[in-house]
Design a protein around this ligand. Structure first.
Ligand code: ATP
Ligand code: MN
Length: 478
């Protein structure tokens, strides 16, 4: 058996009693032909491996270079040096894979995030990305645990669909038709009957509609999967391929929905605060160092840990869309014409407006409810005022919209009428309308963009740095 090793994360908290251990990992640095800093990805802390002078051949010493991979056998002893409690006194070193330090792109120095994005296949080997991706993993685990504990069923909704859920975004088409010679109908339009599925298909923009089918049978379900939007928005908060968590609950109104969303966000943040302390502290320090270079007024008021602690311990602010617009109209920013986009009732708030509400006015996460129906999807429940729908968006400091959700229109007639107004074909979505025909119930749900959550928790500022291989306009490497 090859893999009888101890992970460095476990090793460094063990009591050193000269016991024999085996570790494997990649060399971060090697100095004085004696001290190897070894990393195996389980933690940012490197293990100090000490070679006794003269114990290794010259040939082997030359091969211990940055990023070479090693299998080390040795004794776990208290460290004499500063900076670590234990170290491994090597008794046997096996070089698993060489690495030419001259050409290895990661040098033992600070690299810019932009540079690391170009070598995204290697950036996991840096401390920053080590921390980010261990936290991303922990968040995903916490999410499944949260819903499982609450009795939600994990529903796998399809990736390839034939419906545009809500016009949520531009779609990527899925086809096997020959692009050079498309089969045509008599009127010149493309004949999708000849396509793989016999109809026009695309990658999903949301699993919600299918989620509703699950909720109206299981009571409570959630999806957690990839979604795709071909929107040409080159921002630090948009990806063409991102992961979304979408719970959907029967017997649930807008307020229940908000309560769940708030409890959910607090609970998963609580999980990483407890289980990923070391990585969060590393990223908090990283952020603090980064912000030192900014002018005073551009710096965050709170450090990363403080911010997370604050979100954990304070209720989110809840306001209606109409109140939000009033606040914006009363704001010094509006009066001094600081907003690039105009403010009036009916607008789809821009990121600058959302950020004003969250970062300047309330200084905490804000849930905005009851949006004008014109700017929201057809399935949202119509309020009695005839103007608004029972929608809710959660806005987070530094991110803007992190959650979008609503109570769904459960009244068949109202739903059909709205679909007609919005020219959404009811025949095509007949399967969806069946939920309203056969035992309809009040129900609600929301979508949380996973990468936006990871951004928030890690304090990173570009969404490309919290997903392993970002897909954005004109960029699909690796
Ligand atoms: P935005 O206004 O920020 O583009 P949206 O209104 O298009 O968001 P929804 O359709 O409500 O968003 O999607 C639900 C959630 O998915 C959002 O709250 C956000 O967290 C996330 N999200 C939406 N679009 C993207 C994207 N292109 N990349 C990453 N996350 C996204
Ligand atoms: Mn969008």
């Amino acid at each position: 058996m090859f893999n009888k090793r101890i992970k460095i994360k476990d090793l460094i908290s063990m009591e050193p009693q000269s016991q024999e251990v085996t570790v494997m990992g990649w060399v971060r640095t090697f100095r004085n032909n004696q001290f190897i800093a070894l990393n195996d990805g389980s933690t940012n802390q490197n293990l100090q491996v000490v070679l006794e002078l003269g114990s290794c051949s010259e040939v082997l010493l030359k091969r211990i270079t940055t990023s070479a991979s090693l299998k080390v056998k040795g004794l776990l002893i208290p460290s004499l040096g500063k900076g670590q409690k234990v170290e491994v006194k090597a008794t046997n070193i096996e070089l698993l894979g060489d690495s030419d330090a001259e050409v290895y792109p990661l040098q033992p120095k600070k690299h810019s995030l932009e540079f690391l994005r170009e070598i995204a296949h290697l950036r996991f080997r840096t401390n920053t990305f080590g921390s980010v991706f261990r936290i991303r993993h922990a968040l995903a685990f916490a999410i499944h645990q949260f819903f499982n504990d609450k009795g939600f069923l994990y529903l796998h909704t399809p990736i390839v669909t034939s419906s545009d859920a809500e016009g949520a975004g531009e779609m990527f088409r899925v086809t096997t038709l020959p692009l050079e010679q498309l089969p045509r109908n008599e009127d010149g339009s493309i004949n999708y009957k000849e396509d793989f599925f016999g109809k026009s298909t695309n990658l999903t923009v949301s699993g919600q509609l299918e989620g509703e089918l699950g909720a109206t049978a299981f009571g409570e379900v959630y999806t957690f999967g990839p979604t795709f939007r071909a929107e040409n928005s080159n921002t630090t908060r948009h990806l063409a391929e991102f992961w979304m968590i979408e719970p959907e609950m029967a017997f649930c109104d807008l307020e229940d929905n908000m309560n769940l969303a708030e409890e959910f966000i607090q609970s998963i943040i609580g999980y990483v605060m407890q289980n990923n302390r070391e990585d969060l502290e590393f990223l908090a320090q990283r952020l603090a160092d980064e912000e030192k270079q900014l002018p005073q007024d551009k710096r965050s008021e709170m450090g990363l840990l403080e911010k997370l602690e604050f979100v954990l311990n304070n209720q989110f602010e809840r306001i209606t869309y109409t109140e939000a617009i009033d606040i914006l109209l009363q704001s010094p920013a509006y009066k001094k014409k600081k907003f690039q986009y105009d403010v009036k009732w009916g607008i789809d708030m821009q990121s600058e407006h959302e950020r004003y509400l969250v970062e300047k006015h309330f200084k905490k996460p804000v849930i905005v409810t009851n949006y004008p129906k014109e700017i929201k999807a057809f399935y949202m429940r119509q309020n009695d005022d005839g103007k608004t729908v029972a929608a809710m968006d959660i806005l987070a400091p530094g991110i803007g919209e992190i959650v979008g959700g609503s109570q769904r229109e459960e009244r068949l007639e109202k739903l059909e009428q709205r679909m007609n107004e919005m020219q959404i074909p009811t025949e095509e979505l007949s399967w969806y309308l069946d939920t309203r025909r056969y035992g309809t119930v009040p129900h609600a749900g929301f979508g949380l963009g996973f990468e936006r959550l990871v951004l928030f928790v890690t304090g990173m500022s570009n969404i490309r740095d919290v997903i392993a291989f970002p897909r954005t306009p004109k960029n699909c490497e690796f």
